[in-house]
Ligand binder design. Structure first.
Ligand SMILES: C[S@@+](CC[C@H](N)C(=O)[O-])C[C@H]1O[C@@H](n2cnc3c(N)ncnc32)[C@H](O)[C@@H]1O
Length: 155
């Protein structure tokens, strides 16, 4: 967890955060690379990626480069990534200031207990350890968790 903060810090009307620490479970994730996009801040990012959006580079860590074999035959990939700047204690959220309040699990907000995001991306090309894709919505430097092919191999 991030450093403990008062549950009410930075909340909008109707929002709620946990007042106790969740019980930690022994999940262990490997960051398999990093995503480089044109956006330096959360405010600059689109809310969702666009398959015709700007070209982004996904850099795979040296250890995992062999796991890319065959990936160039797919036009579309699902990327899972870790929204490392997110607070993780919100249970109710008001995504648009003054809007309707929803439970965290009824939203695609990056603010969640395990800040895993996913996007369908268009794979343009593969160059060594780099995948060039369109369809992302995260800030540059966001850690990558996984890549899964969508089952539409190139003709
Ligand atoms: C609404 S989320 C959608 C993410 C993903 N497409 C999904 O649906 O799971 C995208 C927003 O997350 C925020 N964001 C981007 N990168 C982030 C990061 N590394 N840490 C925390 N928030 C981030 C930006 O405000 C961006 O507009």
């Amino acid at each position: 967890m991030e450093a403990k903060r008062a549950a009410s810090d930075g909340l909008r009307p109707g929002e709620a955060a946990l007042s106790v620490e969740p019980v930690p479970a022994p999940a262990k994730l490997y960051f398999i690379g990093r995503i480089f996009t044109p956006w330096a801040t959360r405010e600059e990012c689109p809310r969702q990626g666009d398959l015709h959006g700007p070209l982004c580079r996904v850099e795979i860590a040296e250890t995992w480069v062999s796991a890319l074999v065959g990936i160039q035959s797919f036009e579309r990939l699902q990327l899972l990534y870790w929204m490392h700047l997110s607070r993780r204690d919100l249970v109710l959220q008001n995504p648009r200031q003054g809007g309707e309040v929803h439970g965290t699990f009824a939203l695609r907000s990056p603010l969640r207990p395990n800040p895993i995001a996913s996007s369908l991306v268009a794979l343009e090309r593969v160059e060594g350890a780099s995948l060039f894709v369109r369809g992302l919505d995260c800030i540059t430097g966001t850690p990558l968790l996984d890549i899964k092919p969508e089952h539409c191999p190139r003709a």
